[in-house]
Write a new protein. Structure first.
Length: 262
């Protein structure tokens, strides 16, 4: 902050005859923002078992890839963390041709991004002070680990207290289950929010498998939940809280997050 103020003062003195002080300050702050690299934290699941089905789960590739490249292409520095650190499991269902998008195809050819996924940071070692925003991709994995992760809860609460953007897509809003406001009320209470709907969960045949139904949990916690038809792109922003309904909504969430960072 001291460096910014010194820069602003110097700028004002050198141009006192040309512009008013308020104009000088505004221009200096704009220039500082341009020079500041966006530091964004992505938090992924470490869980790879789909309940008792014997099938694998993890994070959904599109929900990671689309926001990752949207932010990366705008110059963001992205750090990836998981509860356990190390390799983040990919949901096999998201890695096939039926789920392919331009972003997933780019990821499949991107060795650097794959190395980041294979070597994630340990979530407990992450400090919110080092980042400008946090983003949680979905997939069914987070329903089992991140919903109950004390480090994740504390991290989101700190980002929120600092009024930094917090973004979630598809099943990821489930991680807000135990997140509180400073007064102890649920963070989602009274907030406009979306996420994977009960109808979508039924459509994929996992209503009886998942540990919680996201839509029900959000409503029970007082959220103003809304959704569109199954698989339709839909994203909602309420203050610094940004959420998307399903994989098709990941790009919309990324755009809103990018705009919030400007």
């Amino acid at each position: 902050m001291a460096i910014v103020l010194i820069s602003i003062t110097a700028f004002s003195c050198n141009n006192a005859q040309k512009e008013s002080p308020s104009e000088n300050v505004s221009e200096a702050i704009k220039e500082f923002k341009k020079q500041h690299t966006m530091n964004v934290l992505f938090v992924l699941t470490s869980h790879d078992q789909l309940g008792d089905t014997g099938k694998k789960t993890g994070f959904w590739v599109e929900e990671f890839a689309s926001p990752y490249y949207t932010l990366l292409d705008k110059g963001a520095n992205i750090t990836i963390a998981t509860p356990k650190g190390g390799a983040a499991p990919i949901d096999p269902s998201s890695d096939g041709p039926d789920a392919a998008t331009a972003a997933t195809e780019r990821y499949n050819k991107d060795d650097e991004a794959k190395q980041k996924i294979a070597n994630t940071k340990v979530l407990a070692d992450i400090n919110a002070d080092d980042f400008d925003a946090v983003f949680y991709p979905g997939g069914h994995g987070p329903l089992w680990d991140l919903t109950n992760d004390a480090n994740s809860v504390a991290l989101i609460e700190k980002f929120d207290r600092q009024e930094k953007p917090i973004a979630f897509v598809c099943h990821a809003p489930a991680v807000l289950k135990d997140v509180k406001n400073a007064d102890g009320t649920a963070l989602v209470k009274g907030k406009k929010i979306t996420g994977f709907s009960n109808k979508e969960e039924a459509a994929v045949g996992l209503t009886e498998v998942v540990p919680l139904l996201l839509e029900d949990m959000l409503i029970e916690n007082g959220a103003m939940y809304s959704n569109k038809e199954n698989w339709a792109p839909y994203a909602v922003q309420d203050g610094n809280l940004i959420t998307g309904q399903n994989p098709a909504s990941s790009e919309l969430v990324a755009e809103k997050l990018l705009e919030a960072l400007k």
